[in-house]
Write a new protein. Sequence first.
Lengths: 334, 531
Amino acid sequence: MLRFIFGRLAVLVPTFIGVSIIAFSFIRLLPGDPVMLMSGERVMSPERHTQLMADLGLDRPIYIQYFDYLVNLLQGDFGSSIVTKRAVLTDFLQLFPATVELSLCAIILAVALGVPAGVLAAVKRGTWLDQTLMGTALVGYSMPIFWWGLLLVIFFSGYLGWTPVSGRISLMYFFPQVTGFMLVDSLISGQAGAFKSAVTYLILPTIVLATIPLAVIARQTRSAMLEVLGEDYVRTARSKGLSPFRVIGIHALRNALIPVVTTIGLQVGVLLAGAILTETIFSWPGIGKWMVDSVFKRDYQVVQGGLMLIAAVIMVVNLIVDVLYGFINPRIRY
Amino acid sequence: MKKLSTLLAATAIVTLMAGSAWSKTLVYCSEASPEGFDPGLYTGGQTFDASSRTVYNRLVEFKHGSTELEPGLAESWEVAADGTEYTFKLRPGVKFQTTEFFTPTRELNADDVIFSFERQYKADNPWNKYVAGASWEYFSGMGFPDLIESITKVDDLTVKFKLKRAEAPFLANLGMDFASVLSKEYADKLAADGKMELMNQQPLGTGPFTFVAYQTDAAIRYKANPDYWAGKEKIDDLVFAITTDAAIRAQKLKAGECHIMPYPNAADVAELKKDDNLTVLEQEGLNVSYLAYNTLVPPFDKAEVRKALNMAVNKQAIVDAVFQGAAKVAKNPIPPTMWSYNDAIEDDKYDPEAAKKMLEDAGVKDLKMKIWAMPVARPYMLNARRAAELMQADLAAVGVTVEIVSYEWAEYLKLSSAKDRDGAAILGWTGDNGDPDNFLDTLLGCDAVGGNNRAQWCNKEFDDLMTKAKATADVAERTKYYEEAQVIFKKEAPWNTLDHSLVFVPLSKKVSGFVMDPLGIHRFNGVDIAE
């Protein structure tokens, strides 16, 4: 097991270099440069443009810029935003917990509803329940997030007034960021009502972000379950007279979970992509919104630094998923 | 240690807030995160709203809701007869804000003013490059590096600006955000502590509101400055709730989560107006959108051809389709709210028949041209492609074939300036300081050819008027020159002036004293809220 983990860690190094090259070149391939966008409609003289590009070190040959970047990266320096002038890592660390909090809640909701829905659909295969569940999943999967989010806001916040429109917590509450997780920080703050407020602000964004993963997980669980339910050992278990709960819950589901866990792992990438839109709709101060704004402003440092950090997170999550396989299915040995 | 002090500061604030309960708080749903808090470094309106208009003051200020100037930190000023020397008498007894992070020991004096400007152009000033890539965009964009000869301290409360030449718009420029006055004492303290970058993160000035905290991309908090020289504000706290999506801003306003919002979607305005709890303020923006011909390329070098093309386009139809009524057709290159707007000028009449004949008379047959459409929505032009399509149809009716082209925004800005640009380009402008020079000379002067002058139009008569208008501080005289310049512009038709858009600010009926600003900034001094 340890050997496996070390092996996987070793693979991370070339992957990282690959990601750094892609992150570095991708944003530079886009037409336009940050200096140009800084001045907007007001035209900058070519001399001044050259001067400012030089000030930012963007006039040097691209490979030198890249190696500089790599050297700084190895020292833990992700550079500073061209626009805000703040350190990329500082901003990332401040904003990332918000994205993690939202994504975690979303994935918990997606698993909590998606797995049982998939199992139910598989067990009741072909019935109206199966069709309703899978039909709903298909609709959820095809839902344009932006439209869906706006719809929920208009109905639940605007029309019914049940949930707040956007933000992370009521502006009434103001306390220092300790962990960056609002649910935790609001508890630590000791301010009455803060935790409740944080929960109400989480509801709609969680639902919106969970929608697509929920649909994918439900469908995946159903098909994995159907496959397993047809296996000999399930028939054997049934013929032994085990209760349906034991047959489905222990014998079938456990084996069906492996592709489901893979799917859940892959959903992390989907969640981060979904977070971009969800965060924009709900003014959620996370990294999704931060990255998109930076692309528009050609903020090279933020885009490449942000991509590197996100890639690192996804790689670690995938590693964890691989390790988890062993726990779910003891036959898998590393 | 730093963490501890932050924690202590925050605890103190929390205690303060707890003491005052949820005091009189005004919540403004701002449209974007501020780029930073040093207004000299940036050009974004959201940054100015969050820094210069809340925390800072300038020597001269724009009167609330107008582009007229009034005394700010300078109580009075004198301009030398030749227009090259401006002497400002500073207001005595102006206190800098006392905050959790700094306690000032002295009042505003000439050193603060000199520091605030010199850092923006003196390369040897340690603050000139205090953050990587500091470019002082507006200072340079307004031509200050080539204009200012020196800034000297006459005495503690008197500062003299010596200019290299007479420049009438100079005073209006001093009312702009980049000209905000910072505390030199605070700057020295930050420099001594090796924390210069905090100038851009924890602003401290003389303005109506004291900065409390910025929660990245989420909220900015201010308290009313108890020592404000013009008197403490009526509200206790001001919060900017950063809400980038316009539809969500509207929902928040309706739900009472904020009291004021800028920039609603044009489509949402009607519904917001219907809401009993809201008022929707509206004003013509200080902007113009235009189609600039390239007057260096035949046949667009002929005024009669440009005029004929202008007459072939139904501008009202464009305004109706693109803005759903939230704009007015433009006839002059400056907006009607600006002084010296020449209302006597008659717009080119929409008359396809006459246009067709004029083109024939000019010897133009089977003309093929390109129209450049911007890829982004700007306040003065919400949908350039739609506008271009309407023009395409109108021009087809007079026998002109139009191809619509577009580029990525940064590319568009760059390529549209080129002297050999192929085609007419849609673009626009939002005023910086309410001075006609900021439109007429900036966008149509000979110096701007190959740059801001997208028509590449250089007319000696027009340009001479610009020079004359700059050389005098007499507004009546300047008005005369600018009015005359607009007549020449209309005759020569380097642009087809398209529209001046309307700007809306929906707000809660609980709010009183909020005034829309023609410069597009949002100011909260003087605003009150019913409890």
